[in-house]
Design a protein around this ligand. Structure first.
Ligand code: AVJ
Length: 317
C-alpha cells in the first residue's frame, strides 16, 4: 500500500453506538440516528441509491460541480488542505482535486472505516502528489484534526448531508466546524432545495426499492454490531415529505406487534409503530444563506442547476 495515505482512527464506535441506539429505542417515539445506516453494506446501498433515476441529488450536484469547476476554484482561491466530511465515494471530490489552486493535502473524514481507506488508496493512484490523511471519525461530534492552523483550509460537505441535522443541530454543527477553521477559511457545501413534493417523494421511494433496502439495513447493522434480533421482513420502509418542517422523513414501520432484543434489552413494538430513522431537510437558497449567516459564515457565492433542484454554496469564516 502506498505511503502517501496516512490514516487516523478517532472513532470509538462500539461505545457510542450501543448507548445511542439503546437511548433512541427507549424513546416514546423510537428513533435511530441516520449515521447508523453506514456500515459497509449501507455505504454500498447508498452508492446504489445515487445511481437511481429518481434520486436526482447526486447527479445534479455532480453536474453543478463540473459545470462550474473553474468558477468554484477561482472563488475559493489558493487552498492548502481540502477536508471532506462523509466522503463516501470519490466522484465529487475529483472535480475539486483536479481544479483547486495550490492544493497540497486532502483529508477525508468518515465513520465507515474500510470504505474510507479503500477510497483513499484508490484516489492516491490518480493524485500521486497529494498527501492524503484519512480520518475515521464522527463529524457530528467534536473532532481534533491532525492539521496545522495557519494553512488555508476548506471543508467540503457535499450531498446535502447537513440536511440530516435539524436546524438547531445544524447551528451546532456550524459552530463546531468553525472551531476547526481560521478566518478566511471556507466551507463548500451541497444543499438540496425545496421543490414539488412529488419530486422529493419519488427520490426517497425509488421503483427498484434500493432506498427501502438502505433504510432496513440499519436494523441489520444493529443486529450485527450490537447483537440485535430485528427481523427485517417484519418492518416496512416509509418515506414522505413533511411540508410543515420542510424535510423528508424516513421511518421503519412494524408490521405486527412484536418484541425485539438489542444488547440484552427488550423493546416492544405495536403494529404500525415506527422507528424514525432519518430527516433530510431541504432549504431554499435564501433559507440556507440565512442559516449560514446566523452561525458565523458569510455566503460568498452559490452555484446551481437550471431548475434549481440543488445548490452548492461557498461560505467563508
Ligand atoms: C446522504 C443524507 C444526503 O438525505 O438524501 C438517501 C441519505 N436517505 N436516501 C439524503 C439518503 C435516503 C441522503 N444524504
Amino acid at each position: 500500500m502506498s505511503q502517501q495515505v496516512e490514516s487516523y482512527d478517532m472513532y470509538t464506535k462500539q461505545h457510542n453506538m450501543r448507548k445511542e441506539v439503546l437511548d433512541g429505542l427507549s424513546q416514546v417515539h423510537k428513533i435511530l440516528q441516520a449515521k447508523y445506516f453506514y456500515d459497509q453494506a449501507g455505504s454500498e446501498l447508498f452508492e446504489q441509491i445515487t445511481y437511481q433515476p429518481e434520486y436526482y441529488l447526486t447527479r445534479t450536484e455532480l453536474d453543478i460541480l463540473y459545470q462550474h469547476q473553474t468558477a468554484i476554484a477561482d472563488c475559493i482561491g489558493p487552498v492548502h488542505t481540502l477536508i471532506e466530511y462523509g466522503s463516501g465515494s470519490s466522484r465529487k471530490i475529483k472535480s475539486l482535486l483536479s481544479s483547486l489552486h495550490q492544493l497540497e493535502a486532502y483529508m477525508p473524514i468518515d465513520i465507515s472505516k474500510e470504505f474510507l481507506i479503500q477510497s483513499a488508496h484508490q484516489l492516491s493512484q490518480d493524485y500521486p502528489d497529494l498527501q492524503i490523511k484519512a480520518v475515521c471519525g464522527d463529524y457530528s461530534e467534536s473532532l481534533r484534526l491532525p492539521i496545522e492552523d495557519k494553512l488555508k483550509k476548506v471543508i467540503f460537505f457535499p450531498g446535502s448531508t447537513i440536511g440530516n441535522f435539524d436546524p438547531a443541530e445544524a447551528a451546532d454543527f456550524f459552530r463546531r466546524s468553525s472551531q476547526l477553521l481560521e478566518k478566511g477559511d471556507g466551507f463548500l457545501i451541497g444543499i438540496d432545495t425545496k421543490k414539488e413534493a412529488t419530486v422529493l417523494h419519488q427520490a426517497y421511494n425509488d421503483e427498484a426499492g434500493i432506498t427501502a433496502r438502505f433504510n432496513l439495513n440499519i436494523l441489520n447493522h444493529i443486529n450485527t454490531s450490537l447483537g440485535g434480533t430485528f427481523d427485517l421482513a417484519l418492518f416496512d420502509h416509509v418515506a414522505f415529505y413533511n411540508e410543515e418542517f420542510g424535510r423528508i422523513e424516513m421511518h421503519l414501520k412494524s408490521r405486527i406487534d412484536q418484541l425485539v432484543t438489542v444488547a440484552n434489552q427488550t423493546f416492544t413494538f405495536k403494529q404500525g409503530e415506527t422507528i424514525h430513522t432519518e430527516n433530510s431537510y431541504k432549504y431554499s437558497i435564501e433559507e440556507f444563506q440565512l442559516l449560514a449567516n446566523q452561525n458565523g459564515f458569510t455566503p460568498v457565492k452559490y452555484f446551481t442547476d437550471a431548475r434549481e433542484h440543488f445548490s452548492v454554496h461557498y461560505l467563508e469564516k
